[in-house]
Design a binder for this molecule. Structure first.
Ligand SMILES: [Zn+2]
Length: 133
């Protein structure tokens, strides 16, 4: 089926993205190692510390993304990809194209966002997110 072909294509894209993220992470690590112990000036030290903090923050986001991608690839391999985690229905292909790593169908995602908003008491955000015409 065409759906299956498209899923394989998404898988390929995800694998590429994962490799790209890994090599980025390695470059960051190498740079951090190089910067270590080369600066003695307190001001430089502070700058190094803060830039290291930024790098670490970026890296943890990258790692989170990496884990998401890995999980998605696993789901593809197990034949679970494109099936809603919550209701078990097929996720629309259009949605998968836009958000390849979504685990919920549109309805469940919306439901979840409403629940989240309720939990956070953040009703001010209501209506500001995507409204399709
Ligand atoms: Zn669902």
């Amino acid at each position: 089926m065409i759906r299956e072909k498209r899923i394989q294509l998404i898988r390929k894209t995800l694998v590429n993205k994962m490799e790209e993220l890994w090599s980025n992470a390695e470059i960051t690590l190498a740079r951090m190692k190089k910067a270590e112990g080369t600066l003695a000036d307190p001001f430089d030290m502070a700058v190094t510390e803060s830039s290291r903090f930024v790098e670490l923050a970026c890296r943890s986001r990258e790692i989170e993304l990496l884990l998401d991608i890995k999980e998605t690839i696993l789901r593809i391999d197990r034949g679970l990809y494109g099936i809603c985690d919550s209701c078990g229905r097929l996720i629309h292909e259009k949605r998968l194209c836009i958000e390849p790593m979504s685990k919920l169908c549109m309805d469940c995602q919306e439901e979840k966002e409403i629940q989240n908003r309720k939990k956070n008491g953040n009703w001010a955000m209501r209506g500001m997110s995507h409204q399709h015409g």
